[in-house]
Structure formats: structure tokens, C-alpha cells
Design a protein around this ligand. Sequence first.
Ligand SMILES: NC(=O)c1ccc[n+]([C@@H]2O[C@H](COP(=O)([O-])OP(=O)(O)OC[C@H]3O[C@@H](n4cnc5c(N)ncnc54)[C@H](O)[C@@H]3O)[C@@H](O)[C@H]2O)c1
Length: 254
Amino acid sequence: MIPMPGKLNQQVAVITGGASGIGAGIARRFAQEGARIVIADRDRATGEQLATKLSSSSFVEMDVTQAESVAQGIQSVIDRYGQVDILVNNAGIDGEQAPTADCSLENWNAVRSTNLDGVFYGMKTALKTMELQGSGVILNLASVCGIRGVRKLPAYAAAKAGVIHLTKATALEYAPKGIRVNALCPSVVHTSLLEHFITHCEDPEATRQRMDNFNPMPGMVTVEAVASAALFLCSDEAQFITGVDLPIDGGYTI
Ligand SMILES: NC(=O)c1ccc[n+]([C@@H]2O[C@H](COP(=O)([O-])OP(=O)(O)OC[C@H]3O[C@@H](n4cnc5c(N)ncnc54)[C@H](O)[C@@H]3O)[C@@H](O)[C@H]2O)c1
């Protein structure tokens, strides 16, 4: 029997921070739908291991805080495949927890450079190729923290709000060129980033319980739920959807 083509058949998808957590979930989902996956991450060991498990997947080492590293990584994909159809700017960190006056400059710079500058570097490089192709889809991982206020994560909140607005500005610029740009805004998803956040809270056990009841809908958002939304926004089913910041939050932002 001839297999049915997937929703992303043969499309080349670069996923930053694709070695673990949400990025790995998106990589798995996109691979199931026939995409050719490039996992771009600073964690070579974990990224290479995942790439060997998925069909048509490879790994490229990338540090999204370094413009040159992002440009070289994406260029290596273009050299290999001749195209970039999908870019998921997912790499991110939560950083340290402290109110604004106590947020260190090191933390501010580390969180901003990973979560916001990295998205800019990725789009800046991929858009040139997408313009030549006359097509392309970009998906940026923002957060509900970029929509609503949040305590003790000023750099994270500001960077994620920046990602949402950068997404809208870029979507508007590139809509006439057939390129779509959207953002996803999950609430709490159980990944190593969330574990890092919980274990660095004043009362980790209380925070863990609060996370379980964070959204009006019961339970935490799953990696698979985020990956399904990513698949929709990156597939032709979302052909006229651009510039949105889609909450995946069980009603949290209501
Ligand atoms: N987990 C949540 O609750 C949650 C909620 C909303 C938004 N998000 C966002 O989703 C994205 C993925 O987060 P996650 O929870 O899967 O985290 P994670 O820690 O599980 O995975 C993050 C990945 O990014 C990689 N990474 C970090 N810094 C990098 C850098 N400088 N260069 C290249 N790769 C780098 C890590 O190696 C890792 O593989 C982030 O942008 C995060 O802010 C997460």
C-alpha cells in the first residue's frame, strides 16, 4: 500500500531548541507528517540522539544568542536542502526569579538574548530564503507571560511580549510575499524549563501544586497539545492565518 502523504510532506522544518521539551514534541509531530526535520540546539548530545530516532531528521549545533551561529546553522540547511519551508523559533530559557529591581543585568541579557534576540536572528536569516522561494512559515514560541503580567520574571515577560509584537510586525511586512508568521502562547507545560522554574521558587512543593491548577481547565497543557497547534499553524490548513498570538492555556488568559 502506498503511504498517504503527511500534512508537511517533504517540507524542510528547522526547529530551534528542538532537542527537548516542546521543541522535541514539535519535531516528533512534524516528522510524523512527513517533514524533513532539522533540530537546531546548543545541546548536541540530546539533539543528535533525537535526530537518530526520527525519520528524515538531522541535527545542527546552534546557539541562538549568537547571530553568527544562527546564520551559519540556517545556511547549512539551505546548502543541504536548497530550501527552508518552516522555521520554529522555540529555544528559550526562564532565567532567574527576582522582581525587576533585583533582576541582574546578566539575567536580563541572557533571557533577552535567548528568547527575543534569537527569534530575530532566526527570522532575519530565514526570511531572505523564504522571500526568494515566495513561500514560508515561521512560528515563534511566546508565552502567556507575554500577554499578562507575571511576577519575578521581568526579563522573560518582556522578551515574550517582544516576541508577540515582533511576530505581528513581521507578519504584516511579509504577508504580501506569501510568508506567514505566527506565535504560540502556552501557559504551563511540564518540561525541563518548568522544572527549573519550580525548583528555584521559594516553595517548590506549593508551586508544583499551583501549576497543576494553573488553568481554568483541569491539568497542565501537554507538549502534544502545543505540537498539534504548531502543526495546524505551520500547515496549509492555516493558509490565511498570519500575525496571531494563539494562547494554548486552558482558558488562563480569559
Ligand atoms: N514549559 C512551559 O511551561 C512554557 C510555557 C510557555 C512558553 N514556553 C516556551 O517554549 C519554548 C520551549 O520551552 P521548553 O519548556 O520546551 O524548554 P526546555 O528547557 O525543555 O527546552 C528548551 C530547549 O532550548 C534549548 N536552548 C536553550 N538555550 C539555547 C540557545 N541559546 N541556543 C540553542 N538552543 C537553546 C535547550 O537546549 C533545550 O533543548 C521556550 O521558548 C519557552 O519559553 C514554555
